[in-house]
Design a protein around this ligand. Structure first.
Ligand SMILES: Cc1ncc(COP(=O)(O)O)c(C=O)c1O
Length: 372
Protein backbone atom coordinates (compact mmCIF):
# COMPACT_ATOMS: atom_id res chain seq x y z
CA UNK A 1 0.00 0.00 0.00
CA UNK A 2 1.21 3.53 -0.80
CA UNK A 3 -0.29 5.50 2.12
CA UNK A 4 -1.69 8.99 1.66
CA UNK A 5 0.17 10.25 4.68
CA UNK A 6 3.20 9.07 6.64
CA UNK A 7 4.84 11.41 9.15
CA UNK A 8 8.59 11.96 8.85
CA UNK A 9 9.88 11.50 12.39
CA UNK A 10 13.56 10.90 13.00
CA UNK A 11 16.42 11.29 15.47
CA UNK A 12 15.85 15.08 15.81
CA UNK A 13 12.30 14.59 17.06
CA UNK A 14 13.36 11.68 19.31
CA UNK A 15 16.18 13.71 20.84
CA UNK A 16 13.96 16.77 21.31
CA UNK A 17 11.18 14.80 23.02
CA UNK A 18 13.62 12.90 25.25
CA UNK A 19 15.12 16.20 26.33
CA UNK A 20 11.67 17.40 27.42
CA UNK A 21 10.93 14.14 29.24
CA UNK A 22 14.27 14.26 31.05
CA UNK A 23 13.80 17.90 32.00
CA UNK A 24 10.75 16.96 34.05
CA UNK A 25 8.91 20.03 32.65
CA UNK A 26 6.24 18.69 30.32
CA UNK A 27 3.61 21.43 30.37
CA UNK A 28 3.68 24.65 28.32
CA UNK A 29 7.11 26.22 28.88
CA UNK A 30 10.22 27.47 27.14
CA UNK A 31 9.97 25.16 24.10
CA UNK A 32 6.46 26.44 23.48
CA UNK A 33 7.82 29.97 23.55
CA UNK A 34 10.66 29.07 21.17
CA UNK A 35 8.26 27.36 18.73
CA UNK A 36 5.91 30.36 18.86
CA UNK A 37 8.78 32.76 18.09
CA UNK A 38 10.01 30.56 15.25
CA UNK A 39 6.54 30.26 13.66
CA UNK A 40 5.85 34.00 13.97
CA UNK A 41 9.19 34.67 12.24
CA UNK A 42 8.46 32.10 9.53
CA UNK A 43 5.06 33.62 8.75
CA UNK A 44 6.29 37.21 9.12
CA UNK A 45 3.77 38.14 11.86
CA UNK A 46 4.19 39.64 15.33
CA UNK A 47 2.50 36.87 17.31
CA UNK A 48 2.02 33.11 17.12
CA UNK A 49 0.14 31.41 19.94
CA UNK A 50 0.50 27.63 20.23
CA UNK A 51 -2.57 25.70 21.35
CA UNK A 52 -3.73 22.14 21.83
CA UNK A 53 -5.27 21.94 18.33
CA UNK A 54 -6.38 24.04 15.37
CA UNK A 55 -10.09 23.92 16.18
CA UNK A 56 -9.65 25.67 19.53
CA UNK A 57 -7.11 28.05 17.98
CA UNK A 58 -9.80 29.21 15.52
CA UNK A 59 -12.40 29.50 18.27
CA UNK A 60 -10.02 31.48 20.49
CA UNK A 61 -9.04 33.76 17.59
CA UNK A 62 -12.68 34.56 16.79
CA UNK A 63 -13.48 35.14 20.48
CA UNK A 64 -10.46 37.41 20.82
CA UNK A 65 -11.97 39.63 18.12
CA UNK A 66 -15.16 39.81 20.17
CA UNK A 67 -17.14 37.62 17.78
CA UNK A 68 -20.09 35.93 19.47
CA UNK A 69 -23.88 35.74 19.66
CA UNK A 70 -25.66 37.97 17.13
CA UNK A 71 -22.71 38.01 14.73
CA UNK A 72 -22.51 36.36 11.32
CA UNK A 73 -19.33 34.84 9.92
CA UNK A 74 -19.14 34.01 6.21
CA UNK A 75 -17.30 30.82 5.31
CA UNK A 76 -17.22 27.77 3.05
CA UNK A 77 -19.27 24.62 3.48
CA UNK A 78 -16.65 22.72 1.46
CA UNK A 79 -14.19 22.25 4.33
CA UNK A 80 -13.49 20.15 7.39
CA UNK A 81 -16.29 20.51 9.91
CA UNK A 82 -14.06 22.29 12.48
CA UNK A 83 -14.13 25.51 10.42
CA UNK A 84 -17.81 25.79 11.24
CA UNK A 85 -17.94 24.20 14.70
CA UNK A 86 -15.35 26.76 15.87
CA UNK A 87 -17.63 29.57 14.65
CA UNK A 88 -20.68 27.98 16.30
CA UNK A 89 -18.83 27.49 19.60
CA UNK A 90 -18.37 31.27 19.87
CA UNK A 91 -22.16 31.69 19.61
CA UNK A 92 -21.91 33.32 16.16
CA UNK A 93 -23.85 32.15 13.11
CA UNK A 94 -21.96 30.66 10.16
CA UNK A 95 -23.18 31.86 6.75
CA UNK A 96 -22.25 29.53 3.90
CA UNK A 97 -21.23 30.63 0.43
CA UNK A 98 -20.18 28.53 -2.51
CA UNK A 99 -16.63 27.80 -3.60
CA UNK A 100 -15.04 28.23 -7.02
CA UNK A 101 -14.31 25.30 -9.27
CA UNK A 102 -10.87 26.54 -10.24
CA UNK A 103 -9.37 26.65 -6.75
CA UNK A 104 -11.88 24.84 -4.45
CA UNK A 105 -11.89 27.98 -2.25
CA UNK A 106 -14.53 30.52 -1.22
CA UNK A 107 -15.90 32.68 -4.06
CA UNK A 108 -15.29 36.40 -3.29
CA UNK A 109 -18.32 37.50 -5.37
CA UNK A 110 -20.57 35.24 -3.30
CA UNK A 111 -19.05 36.59 -0.10
CA UNK A 112 -19.88 40.13 -1.21
CA UNK A 113 -23.50 39.14 -1.88
CA UNK A 114 -23.87 37.42 1.52
CA UNK A 115 -22.87 40.42 3.67
CA UNK A 116 -25.58 41.71 6.03
CA UNK A 117 -25.48 44.33 8.81
CA UNK A 118 -24.64 41.48 11.22
CA UNK A 119 -21.61 40.21 9.30
CA UNK A 120 -18.39 40.58 11.28
CA UNK A 121 -15.86 38.31 9.61
CA UNK A 122 -14.91 36.19 6.63
CA UNK A 123 -13.19 32.84 7.26
CA UNK A 124 -11.60 31.74 3.98
CA UNK A 125 -10.31 28.17 3.99
CA UNK A 126 -7.07 27.60 2.08
CA UNK A 127 -8.21 24.14 1.06
CA UNK A 128 -5.68 21.42 0.25
CA UNK A 129 -2.86 23.97 0.75
CA UNK A 130 -3.91 26.43 -1.96
CA UNK A 131 -4.72 29.92 -0.72
CA UNK A 132 -8.11 31.45 -1.43
CA UNK A 133 -8.25 34.40 -3.84
CA UNK A 134 -7.19 36.97 -1.25
CA UNK A 135 -7.09 40.21 -3.33
CA UNK A 136 -10.84 40.29 -4.03
CA UNK A 137 -11.55 38.97 -0.53
CA UNK A 138 -9.57 41.85 0.98
CA UNK A 139 -11.46 44.29 -1.24
CA UNK A 140 -14.80 42.91 0.00
CA UNK A 141 -13.58 42.97 3.61
CA UNK A 142 -12.44 46.60 3.32
CA UNK A 143 -15.66 47.71 1.60
CA UNK A 144 -17.82 46.30 4.42
CA UNK A 145 -15.43 46.74 7.36
CA UNK A 146 -15.04 43.00 7.97
CA UNK A 147 -12.28 41.00 9.59
CA UNK A 148 -10.49 38.23 7.77
CA UNK A 149 -9.66 35.17 9.89
CA UNK A 150 -7.85 32.64 7.71
CA UNK A 151 -8.40 28.92 8.14
CA UNK A 152 -4.86 28.05 7.11
CA UNK A 153 -5.06 24.61 8.75
CA UNK A 154 -3.73 23.00 5.55
CA UNK A 155 -1.59 25.81 4.16
CA UNK A 156 1.73 26.06 6.03
CA UNK A 157 4.12 27.95 3.77
CA UNK A 158 1.61 28.59 0.95
CA UNK A 159 1.77 32.06 -0.60
CA UNK A 160 -0.49 34.48 -2.47
CA UNK A 161 1.35 37.10 -4.55
CA UNK A 162 4.41 36.48 -2.36
CA UNK A 163 2.54 36.90 0.96
CA UNK A 164 2.48 33.84 3.18
CA UNK A 165 -0.69 32.31 4.61
CA UNK A 166 -1.21 33.87 8.01
CA UNK A 167 -0.40 37.41 6.83
CA UNK A 168 -3.90 38.51 5.87
CA UNK A 169 -5.33 39.23 9.32
CA UNK A 170 -5.65 36.75 12.13
CA UNK A 171 -5.13 33.12 11.14
CA UNK A 172 -5.27 29.55 12.37
CA UNK A 173 -2.99 26.65 11.47
CA UNK A 174 -3.56 23.00 12.44
CA UNK A 175 -0.61 20.87 13.53
CA UNK A 176 -2.48 17.57 13.36
CA UNK A 177 -0.35 14.50 12.58
CA UNK A 178 -1.01 14.53 8.81
CA UNK A 179 -0.38 18.24 8.24
CA UNK A 180 2.63 19.74 6.40
CA UNK A 181 3.83 20.99 9.80
CA UNK A 182 2.76 18.77 12.66
CA UNK A 183 3.08 18.01 16.35
CA UNK A 184 0.64 15.06 16.53
CA UNK A 185 -2.10 17.36 17.81
CA UNK A 186 -1.66 21.11 17.98
CA UNK A 187 -2.60 24.42 16.45
CA UNK A 188 -1.40 27.99 16.05
CA UNK A 189 -3.23 31.29 16.03
CA UNK A 190 -1.23 34.09 14.39
CA UNK A 191 -1.87 37.83 14.39
CA UNK A 192 -0.15 41.21 14.15
CA UNK A 193 -2.58 42.69 16.67
CA UNK A 194 -1.09 42.89 20.18
CA UNK A 195 -4.49 43.11 21.90
CA UNK A 196 -5.88 40.13 20.00
CA UNK A 197 -2.78 38.07 20.81
CA UNK A 198 -3.16 39.00 24.49
CA UNK A 199 -6.82 37.97 24.47
CA UNK A 200 -6.00 34.63 22.81
CA UNK A 201 -3.29 33.92 25.40
CA UNK A 202 -5.70 34.82 28.20
CA UNK A 203 -8.43 32.56 26.86
CA UNK A 204 -5.93 29.73 26.36
CA UNK A 205 -4.99 29.78 30.05
CA UNK A 206 -8.23 30.04 32.06
CA UNK A 207 -8.43 33.82 31.70
CA UNK A 208 -5.47 33.99 34.07
CA UNK A 209 -2.62 36.56 34.00
CA UNK A 210 -1.53 35.97 37.58
CA UNK A 211 -1.90 32.48 39.02
CA UNK A 212 -5.40 31.89 40.41
CA UNK A 213 -6.56 35.40 39.52
CA UNK A 214 -9.08 34.89 36.71
CA UNK A 215 -9.62 38.20 34.93
CA UNK A 216 -11.71 36.82 32.07
CA UNK A 217 -13.67 33.75 31.13
CA UNK A 218 -11.24 31.29 29.63
CA UNK A 219 -10.59 27.65 29.03
CA UNK A 220 -7.62 25.31 28.85
CA UNK A 221 -6.29 25.31 25.29
CA UNK A 222 -2.63 25.00 26.32
CA UNK A 223 -0.12 22.85 24.43
CA UNK A 224 2.62 20.70 25.95
CA UNK A 225 6.33 21.30 25.56
CA UNK A 226 6.48 17.79 24.08
CA UNK A 227 4.37 18.97 21.15
CA UNK A 228 6.45 22.14 20.83
CA UNK A 229 9.68 20.13 20.76
CA UNK A 230 8.36 17.97 17.90
CA UNK A 231 7.14 21.08 16.09
CA UNK A 232 10.50 22.85 16.32
CA UNK A 233 12.24 19.83 14.78
CA UNK A 234 9.58 19.61 12.05
CA UNK A 235 9.73 23.33 11.24
CA UNK A 236 13.44 23.07 10.45
CA UNK A 237 12.47 20.91 7.44
CA UNK A 238 9.14 22.43 6.40
CA UNK A 239 10.44 24.29 3.32
CA UNK A 240 12.41 21.29 2.11
CA UNK A 241 9.39 19.02 2.52
CA UNK A 242 7.04 21.50 0.84
CA UNK A 243 9.49 21.62 -2.07
CA UNK A 244 9.32 17.84 -2.33
CA UNK A 245 5.52 18.02 -2.30
CA UNK A 246 5.73 20.52 -5.20
CA UNK A 247 8.03 18.24 -7.14
CA UNK A 248 5.73 15.28 -6.59
CA UNK A 249 2.69 17.36 -7.61
CA UNK A 250 4.44 18.49 -10.80
CA UNK A 251 5.27 14.86 -11.64
CA UNK A 252 1.66 13.79 -11.02
CA UNK A 253 0.31 16.65 -13.15
CA UNK A 254 2.68 15.84 -16.02
CA UNK A 255 1.81 12.15 -15.83
CA UNK A 256 -1.93 12.70 -15.62
CA UNK A 257 -2.49 14.97 -18.62
CA UNK A 258 -6.01 14.33 -19.88
CA UNK A 259 -7.47 14.02 -16.36
CA UNK A 260 -9.02 16.65 -14.08
CA UNK A 261 -5.91 17.52 -12.08
CA UNK A 262 -5.70 20.45 -9.63
CA UNK A 263 -4.91 23.88 -11.05
CA UNK A 264 -2.57 26.43 -9.52
CA UNK A 265 -3.82 29.93 -10.40
CA UNK A 266 -1.13 32.46 -11.29
CA UNK A 267 0.46 34.22 -8.33
CA UNK A 268 -0.20 31.45 -5.83
CA UNK A 269 2.30 28.95 -4.47
CA UNK A 270 0.54 25.75 -3.44
CA UNK A 271 1.63 23.93 -0.25
CA UNK A 272 0.24 20.66 -1.67
CA UNK A 273 -1.19 19.39 1.59
CA UNK A 274 -3.37 17.29 -0.71
CA UNK A 275 -3.31 16.55 -4.43
CA UNK A 276 -6.99 16.40 -5.25
CA UNK A 277 -8.37 15.23 -8.59
CA UNK A 278 -11.94 15.12 -9.86
CA UNK A 279 -13.58 12.04 -11.32
CA UNK A 280 -17.09 13.10 -12.43
CA UNK A 281 -19.54 10.21 -12.32
CA UNK A 282 -16.98 7.55 -11.33
CA UNK A 283 -15.25 8.78 -8.18
CA UNK A 284 -16.32 5.94 -5.86
CA UNK A 285 -15.45 3.07 -8.22
CA UNK A 286 -12.13 4.78 -9.03
CA UNK A 287 -11.36 5.05 -5.29
CA UNK A 288 -12.20 1.37 -4.76
CA UNK A 289 -10.09 0.28 -7.74
CA UNK A 290 -7.11 2.35 -6.54
CA UNK A 291 -7.37 0.78 -3.07
CA UNK A 292 -7.36 -2.65 -4.72
CA UNK A 293 -4.14 -1.69 -6.48
CA UNK A 294 -2.49 -0.57 -3.24
CA UNK A 295 -2.96 3.19 -3.69
CA UNK A 296 -4.39 4.91 -0.64
CA UNK A 297 -6.93 7.67 -1.32
CA UNK A 298 -9.32 9.80 0.69
CA UNK A 299 -12.30 12.02 0.00
CA UNK A 300 -11.83 15.47 1.53
CA UNK A 301 -14.83 15.94 2.11
CA UNK A 302 -17.73 13.69 1.12
CA UNK A 303 -20.49 15.59 2.96
CA UNK A 304 -20.50 19.41 2.81
CA UNK A 305 -20.84 20.99 6.25
CA UNK A 306 -24.23 22.58 5.48
CA UNK A 307 -25.58 19.04 5.02
CA UNK A 308 -24.15 17.57 8.26
CA UNK A 309 -26.74 16.01 10.56
CA UNK A 310 -25.97 17.99 13.71
CA UNK A 311 -26.23 21.31 11.91
CA UNK A 312 -29.86 20.86 10.90
CA UNK A 313 -30.97 21.22 14.52
CA UNK A 314 -28.84 24.34 15.02
CA UNK A 315 -29.57 26.02 11.66
CA UNK A 316 -32.90 24.58 10.47
CA UNK A 317 -33.06 24.39 6.70
CA UNK A 318 -29.27 24.66 6.28
CA UNK A 319 -29.24 21.65 3.96
CA UNK A 320 -31.71 23.32 1.61
CA UNK A 321 -29.35 26.15 0.73
CA UNK A 322 -28.24 25.77 -2.89
CA UNK A 323 -24.45 25.44 -3.06
CA UNK A 324 -24.11 23.72 -6.44
CA UNK A 325 -20.32 23.83 -6.80
CA UNK A 326 -19.84 22.57 -3.24
CA UNK A 327 -22.24 19.67 -3.85
CA UNK A 328 -20.61 18.79 -7.15
CA UNK A 329 -17.10 18.81 -5.73
CA UNK A 330 -18.16 16.67 -2.75
CA UNK A 331 -19.34 14.06 -5.25
CA UNK A 332 -16.27 14.22 -7.51
CA UNK A 333 -13.08 14.88 -5.52
CA UNK A 334 -10.50 12.29 -4.57
CA UNK A 335 -7.09 12.93 -3.04
CA UNK A 336 -4.14 10.78 -4.07
CA UNK A 337 -0.70 10.56 -2.42
CA UNK A 338 1.61 13.60 -2.81
CA UNK A 339 3.44 13.47 0.54
CA UNK A 340 7.12 14.50 0.61
CA UNK A 341 8.51 11.07 1.40
CA UNK A 342 7.20 9.42 -1.79
CA UNK A 343 9.84 8.09 -4.15
CA UNK A 344 9.64 8.87 -7.88
CA UNK A 345 8.81 5.19 -8.40
CA UNK A 346 5.87 5.48 -6.01
CA UNK A 347 4.61 8.63 -7.78
CA UNK A 348 4.88 6.78 -11.09
CA UNK A 349 2.96 3.83 -9.61
CA UNK A 350 0.18 6.23 -8.55
CA UNK A 351 0.06 7.70 -12.07
CA UNK A 352 -0.02 4.26 -13.70
CA UNK A 353 -2.81 3.08 -11.39
CA UNK A 354 -4.98 6.15 -12.08
CA UNK A 355 -4.44 5.73 -15.81
CA UNK A 356 -5.40 2.08 -15.52
CA UNK A 357 -8.63 2.54 -13.55
CA UNK A 358 -10.05 5.88 -14.72
CA UNK A 359 -11.04 7.21 -18.09
CA UNK A 360 -9.49 10.46 -19.35
CA UNK A 361 -11.93 13.39 -19.33
CA UNK A 362 -12.76 15.18 -22.56
CA UNK A 363 -11.41 18.72 -22.45
CA UNK A 364 -9.38 18.03 -19.32
CA UNK A 365 -6.05 18.93 -20.91
CA UNK A 366 -6.99 22.61 -20.65
CA UNK A 367 -7.60 22.13 -16.93
CA UNK A 368 -4.04 20.99 -16.34
CA UNK A 369 -2.03 24.12 -15.60
CA UNK A 370 1.68 23.78 -14.89
CA UNK A 371 2.54 23.68 -11.22
CA UNK A 372 4.95 26.21 -9.80
C1 LIG B 1 -9.61 23.01 6.96
C2 LIG B 1 -9.43 22.62 8.40
N1 LIG B 1 -9.95 23.40 9.36
C3 LIG B 1 -9.80 23.10 10.66
C4 LIG B 1 -9.11 21.98 11.08
C5 LIG B 1 -9.03 21.66 12.54
O1 LIG B 1 -7.73 21.50 13.01
P1 LIG B 1 -7.42 20.46 14.19
O2 LIG B 1 -7.62 19.08 13.67
O3 LIG B 1 -5.97 20.75 14.52
O4 LIG B 1 -8.31 20.79 15.33
C6 LIG B 1 -8.52 21.14 10.12
C7 LIG B 1 -7.73 19.98 10.47
O5 LIG B 1 -8.09 18.87 10.55
C8 LIG B 1 -8.73 21.45 8.74
O6 LIG B 1 -8.21 20.65 7.79
Amino acid sequence: MIPLSRPDLGPEEERAVLEVLRSGMLAMGRRTQAFEEAWAAYCGVRHAILMSNGTVALEAALRAHGIGPGDEVITASFSFNATVSAILLTGARPVFVDVREDDFCIDPAEVDAAVTPRTRAIVPVHLYGLMADMDPLETVARRHGLLIVEDAAQAHGATYRGRKAGRFGTAMFSLYATKNLMTGEGGFATTDDDAVAGAIRLYRNHGMRVRYHHDALGSNFKPTDIAAAIGLAQLARLDERNERRRRNAARLTAGLAGYLVPRVPEGREHAWHQYTMRFPGERDPVAAALTERGIDTLIYYPIPIHRQAYLQAILPGAADQPLPVTDRLAAEVLSIPVRPNLTDEEVDAVIAAVREVAAPVAGAAGAAVATT
